[in-house]
Structures are given as structure tokens and as C-alpha cells.
Write a protein that binds this ligand. Structure first.
Ligand code: DHB
Length: 400
């Protein structure tokens, strides 16, 4: 959305549309098209080491449009898809371009925390809603009043699995996380809940985010002989971790593996193979989620994407679109950033993951967190829900 267009919209609201356009010296048809179209700038890591996130997110967004059409409140929804390759400088540059010459009314995506952090000031400056459908560090939503999140906050899953571990006979844990904001946050919130429940963390290990070699860290885990290892790596990276876990013989060591759902995300779970059986994780979505809406979602998604199974990233993208469509319905198609954000606050709807809502105070998602165990079902591996913690707010924002 450019300043020119914003001015045009104000003019159009006060004087007759045609007169305003003639005054602004623009051909009527061009400005008319802009008025009837809502542009969503979707920025994702479509290539590079986190391309699996881009693939799931994009497919989730497209599935929503396949299910609900390409209009909302009488406006045509236009997707502008951009690949940031997972580089924060690229995300920021693309976002800047999209809100100026690109005319984007909404920014969406953000596959990793640093990419969301880099873009937040642009959303604030341009007063354009920034719908975070993947990146999960708690504080992201505090970086701009124009940010709304439909993925999850890392403390949601980390806290729930920490409580679960303490209550389920696990006394000693080594934590092993990717060394960047969401990893450190997962580690801290897991420990908070686990120690509150009486558990003891014997060592904290951080592994480089880029090109990780897990072997030396897995050796530390083996040497410590904890009852369990708590692991966080971003979506898609779990397969590589699990390969090294097995190669180092950790699967035969009696040390249990627990974590948030990232380690066994649904896109890679079948490829990980039987070594994943029995892993317990906490997350807002599993493809095995037992609802009619989800069964249809999984079936349609797999059919549209060459058998790729939707993971929690896909659902984040699907619901990002749901949020924009519903907000437009509420504003009657008005794309003013402040009005859209106001419309998004407090919104609640049914997602393939279950009931979700946007906390009006924090603009972050409130959702069920499912405690899942990897099992074989109909010949495939799934994270099957054993227990549900309902309506979880980000514990970091709920004073935990
Ligand atoms: C983030 C990225 C992931 O792929 C994930 O599974 C969790 C968090 C992030 O960078 O915020």
C-alpha cells in the first residue's frame, strides 16, 4: 500500500470516486482494480535450508484459497509470493518493496524468528498488518502493534511438555536445542515447568542453527545418562537429528526423547522411521488430530501436494489466511491496517487443529496444546494425541 493509494482512498471516501481519481491524475481503471483487490505479500523460505517450512506454509495458504475461494467481502485476494531464502536481510528488503511499490495490504509468512524480527519495523512504519504464520519466539508479537500470530509461541509447547515430563516419572533431563531465540526460549520454558514439578536438568546444550553436526552433543547426552533428552530443532531438521541419534546408538541407550512437535514434524515423520516410535512431544497440531475438519484437510492437502503431509507450519499458513478473510468480512472489505488489526483482535474460529482465537491483548494465538506420542497407524507413523491441555495462552505472556 503506497501513500498515494492511501490518500486516494481517503479522497474516494469524501468525494465521488471518479472525481477523486481524475484529480489524482490516475487512469480510473488502474485505481479501481486496486480498490477491488487485496494484496497479500507472502514471504517465505522457499529455497535454502528451511525450504520445508516454505513448502508447507505455501501449500497451507493455497489450501485455504482452494477451500474458500479467492474473494472475501467482495474483494479479490491476490497472493504475491516471495522467496527470502531464510535470510533476514532479504525478508526485510522484500517486505519494504512489497509495502511501497508492491502495494501490499497485508504481509504474511516469516518462516523463522530472525526473519520476523527483521520485518517488524516495516510493518510499524507502513501500518500494514503482519501475519506471522510460522516464527514462534514469544516476543515477536511485541515487536510491532501490527503483528498478529497464527502459528504458536514456543513457550506453549515447551511448558506443557515440561509439566508432562515431571508428572510422568522423568527425573533427570539434558536439554539440547538449536542456538537461536526460539531454541533458547524452549530450553528455558521447558526447564521452568520441569523444575517446578521437581525435575532436575543436568546439562544444557546448544547446537549451531546452520549446518549442525549433532554428534559431539549426542555424545555429551550419552555421557550424562539422563532419563530423558529434551530436544528442539526447527521444522524439517528433525530427520537429520534423528539419523545421528540412531547412528550414535542413543535409541538403544534407554534415554527417552521428548520435545516439542518440531523434532517429529509431520512432513518428515515417515522418513525418520521406527526410531521415532514412542517419542512424546507437545504441539498445537498433529496430522492425526481427530476431527472431521482435519480429516478433510489432510486428505485434500495430500491430494494437492503430491502426498506431502501437512504439518504445523501448513496449519499456521491456512489459519493466517482464515484470519485475513474473516477480518476483511468484519471491516466490510476495508484494508486500512488499523481497522484490520482491530478486527483480528479477539477473533475465534475452528481450525484443522481445533478451536483457536487471537488474544485481544497480545495479538497472539490461544489454542489447545496436544501431548502426542509417535505410533504406527495404518502402516504410517503419526503423532497420536494422548492428552490435551485446552486454551493455552503463551505462558510468557500469562505471567507463568
Ligand atoms: C521457529 C522455526 C521453526 O521451524 C520451528 O519449528 C519453530 C520455531 C522459529 O524460528 O521461530
Amino acid at each position: 500500500m503506497t501513500i498515494t493509494r492511501r490518500r486516494l482512498m481517503t479522497l474516494a471516501a469524501t468525494v465521488s470516486f471518479g472525481v477523486a481519481l481524475a484529480g489524482a491524475g490516475l487512469p480510473q481503471s488502474a485505481a479501481h482494480a486496486a480498490e477491488d483487490t487485496v494484496k497479500i505479500g507472502l514471504i517465505l523460505p522457499i529455497t535454502g535450508p528451511f525450504a520445508s517450512t516454505g513448502a508447507e506454509e505455501l501449500a497451507g495458504v493455497r489450501q485455504y484459497m482452494a477451500d474458500h475461494g479467492d474473494t472475501s467481502a467482495g474483494k479479490k485476494i491476490e497472493l504475491i509470493v516471495k522467496d527470502d531464502t531464510g535470510s533476514p536481510n532479504e525478508t526485510k528488503r522484500i517486505a519494504q518493496e512489497l509495502v511501497t511499490s508492491g502495494g501490499a495490504d497485508v504481509l504474511m509468512g516469516f518462516g523463522l524468528t530472525p526473519l520476523a524480527f527483521a520485518t517488524a519495523p516495516i510493518a510499524t512504519q507502513a501500518k500494514v498488518p503482519m501475519v506471522v504464520t510460522a516464527a514462534a519466539t514469544s516476543s515477536i508479537t511485541e515487536k510491532s502493534p501490527y503483528i498478529v500470530r497464527t502459528s504458536f509461541a514456543t513457550p506453549q509447547g515447551a511448558y506443557v511438555i515440561g509439566e508432562w515430563a515431571a508428572k510422568n516419572g522423568i527425573n533427570s533431563v539434558v536439554t539440547l536445542v538449536s542456538d537461536y531465540a526460539p531454541g533458547i526460549e524452549e530450553q528455558d520454558w521447558f526447564i521452568k515447568a520441569f523444575e517446578k514439578g521437581g525435575g532436575k536438568v543436568v546439562e544444557k546444550l546448544t547446537v549451531p542453527l546452520k549446518n549442525p553436526d549433532f554428534a559431539p552433543f549426542l555424545q555429551r547426552v550419552a555421557d550424562n545418562k539422563p532419563e530423558a533428552v529434551f530436544v528442539f530443532v526447527p521444522a524439517g531438521v528433525g530427520a537429520q537429528f534423528m539419523k545421528q541419534f540412531r547412528e550414535r546408538g542413543l535409541d538403544q541407550s534407554g534415554i527417552r526423547l521428548i520435545g516439542t512437535g518440531d523434532i517429529v514434524d509431520d512432513q518428515i515423520l515417515n522418513d525418520i522411521g521406527d526410531v521415532a516410535l514412542g517419542i512424546v512431544t507437545a504441539r498445537d497440531y498433529t496430522a492425526a488430530h481427530d476431527s472431521e475438519m482435519n480429516r478433510k484437510f489432510v486428505k485434500d492437502f495430500e491430494a494437492a501436494n503430491d502426498g506431502m503431509r501437512p504439518n504445523f507450519m501448513a496449519v499456521g499458513g491456512y489459519d493466517g489466511m482464515a484470519l485475513v478473510y474473516h477480518a476483511l468480512e468484519k471491516t466490510g472489505g476495508d484494508t486500512d491496517g488499523d481497522r484490520l488489526i482491530e478486527a483480528m483482535k479477539g477473533m475465534s474460529w475452528e481450525s484443522p487443529r481445533g478451536p483457536i482465537s487471537i488474544d485481544p491483548e497480545t495479538r497472539d494465538i490461544v489454542q489447545n496444546i496436544y501431548i502426542n506420542k509417535v505410533e504406527r497407524k495404518d502402516g504410517q507413523l503419526y503423532s497420536v494425541t494422548m492428552d490435551t491441555v485446552k486454551d493455552v495462552k503463551d505462558p510468557a505472556k500469562a505471567g507463568k
